[in-house]
Design a protein around this ligand. Structure first.
Ligand code: CMP
Length: 141
């Protein structure tokens, strides 16, 4: 349903620090339903492709290197108003600017290592979900 699905990744730093369970708890308690999920690792080429919209920006190379440095958790989440509500739950991109109680305020350590990614539009949520998941890996009621 348009507007009710978002895509997220728990980034390598947060996976390495064993924050997956705590972050998923926050996601569930905020009312999101997990429709697809996997622990996987992107190659450098895959991370470059996933973030190609940022190609040429000063942080791109560091972002690609970090995002391919270890396993991530990718997930499709469903909730009414999913894109906006999820971005509110995770907080500002730079954890220094993230509100108290948000995922990034609690678990991020820098703007690159900012604990989680969240899609910023319906179009990108679809593209990002399709990047990781086949139709057989998605489970809707
Ligand atoms: P994410 O939600 O994964 O989407 C793009 C990522 O680029 C973002 O989180 C940050 O990790 C990173 N990013 C965005 N802006 C900057 C910036 N100004 N400096 C460094 N990294 C950035």
């Amino acid at each position: 349903m348009a507007g009710n699905v978002t895509f997220t990744m728990i980034k390598p730093g947060a996976v390495k620090k064993n924050y997956v369970g705590a972050i998923l708890k926050m996601i569930n308690e905020a009312g999101f339903v997990i429709r697809a999920m996997k622990l996987t690792r992107m190659s450098g080429t895959q991370a470059a492709s996933f973030y190609e919209v940022h190609q040429g920006k000063p942080f791109y190379d560091e972002l690609v290197k970090f995002m391919s440095s270890g396993p991530i958790v990718a997930a499709i989440l469903e909730k009414e108003n999913a894109i906006a509500d999820y971005r509110e739950l995770i907080g500002a991109t730079n954890p220094d600017n993230a509100a108290e109680g948000t995922v990034r305020k609690m678990f991020a350590c820098s703007v690159t290592q900012n604990a989680v990614h969240g899609a910023d539009s319906d179009e990108n949520a679809k593209r990002e979900a399709d990047f990781f998941f086949s139709t057989f890996e998605r489970f809707y009621d």
